[in-house]
Design a protein around this ligand. Sequence first.
Ligand code: ADP
Ligand code: MG
Length: 611
Amino acid sequence: MTEGKWDEKFRTFLKKYYWDNILQLANDYPDQRSLYVDFSDLEIFDRELADELLFHPDDVIPSADNALQDIDLPVEKSLEDARVRFVKIPNKIPNRDLRSKHLLQLVAIDGMIRKATEVRPKILNAAFKCMRCEHITMLPQTELKFVEPMECEEETCGRKGPFKIMINQSLFIDAQKLQVQESPENLKGGSQPQSLDVDVEDDLAGIVKPGDRVIINGILRSHQRTTREGKSPFYDLVLHANSIEYVDQEFDELAISPEDEEEILALSNNPEIYNKVIKSIAPSIYGYEDVKEALSLQLFSGVPKHLPDGSRVRGDIHMLFVGDPGVAKSQLLRYMVKLAPRGVFASGKSASSSGLTAAAVRDDLGDGRWTLEAGALVMADMGIASIDEMDKMSSEDKSALHEAMEQQTISVAKAGIIATLKSRCALLGAANPKYGRFDRYEGIAQQISMPPALMSRFDMIFVLLDTPNEDMDSRIARHILKSHYAGELSEQRKNIMSSEITQDQVDEHMEVVKPDIDPDLLRKYVAYARRNIYPVMEDDARDHLVKFYMDLRKMGEGKDSPVPVTARQLEALVRLAEASARLRLSNVATMDDAKRTTRIVYACLKQVGVD
Ligand code: ADP
Ligand code: MG
């Protein structure tokens, strides 16, 4: 091994800072092959070396590996395949900001794993046997393509083959490709997430799965694209992973400062808090108070429960809008994606091969190998998944949804890929009726071609009808025009203060469409409540819900009820009451919360036709 420029420094560093970890590694080697080094330790040891690592990792990392592999151990053991892996890299760059200047630097990318291929051996150093003289020629392989010897390296032979590859004398490594996508919480205003391909090798292969939140530290490299015409001047980016860190799944979302907390607590004590939240949901959409109240509760969600028998009852509230076209269903869905701390939007008829849940596919990422790809419900884990046009879902998605909505997991078993992914999210769905318009006299399930078993997994189903009504129509029309006008006015005001538009005019129009609570604050408020508030139900509140449920069952008896009233309905009532308590940051769900719940559920069932 040739001595690298930084080997000596790393030997000193490792001995001084990581001696105990190295002894531990020697003990566990070769099951453990990686020594994890915190970047800040290196920075304290030698600032210049730390900078070199960030900007010239291809020179520095081999030195670190050399130093570790040659270190003098007090025990008889060789660490010849051990690696140094650096974590807590400060060079954190959002996926969308990666530029050519970052090429060949050590960068940290955070996001969610969207796809992961199977783990497969990759040849590093190939052994070729000359079929004439039997001499073995070793040939190190490149990243991009498999290379074969030009001629036998045995001097007296020197012929051009033929050669036979000797698998047992070649050197292989485990390899896997991942695709990491920006996490929903880091996307501003529901913009489309960007993704990056990642190569992982050796002991990093096979440790993450789609849906995991991670930080991947690695060297940014590029591969030249090839098209049918030949080599293209464009390069694709690929991250060569040096280490993978897990991100705390529950709490690494929005940062809430002490000032934010003060504001949140003050807001929760406002007696008008329910109205304020409702008025902050899609203010440009007129009316729909019941729907917006239900959406408010969905944002806060109930509390998941772990039963003594090991099963789990979800806290997330699933909602479905069914109805005529043009009644703002899609608009409401899109608004909720922006508002929720973690929101993902998808369409039931989406072209993506993973569909809504997850799928094993053969695609470019794996060069034809099987790849497990997470769909919207996995990417929305711990958030809200808005799924538009649910009536157009594929039948695979329909059947996978049963498990995804109730157990909140998605199991995939296909072509050697066996995995269970998490989908702990609330589903907000919208569906259009089959015949274009909703028919009051036909069951909902038939009209949106969704099996009743799937329908019963929604905590609430709202039917939104487009019934012409002069008074209502004129109010909606005014509201729509006002909101359009308000947007335009504020734009113009930004450019030039036009003399024809007065400040009062602007304010009057903005008033109509401005959310009561600023969306950034509301998002933090929701995150705060979901992190800190775990309401418990008072006895009389519980009795109220039980009585309401019993009455519903009685009403449903014997009739062809449009939606079946099952025990799920009782769980739904509990979730909604808990969400109602959470909304005002209270740890007790009271009679008031129970009454709010039964009022909304009653309103919702009435328009579905249970009355
Ligand atoms: P859907 O998904 O139900 O077919 P959309 O969400 O695409 O309908 O809405 C169609 C348009 O009508 C949108 O521009 C929406 O803003 C408008 N619209 C419908 N109902 C209302 C309402 N109550 N208030 C404001 N705008 C509305
Ligand atoms: Mg729509």
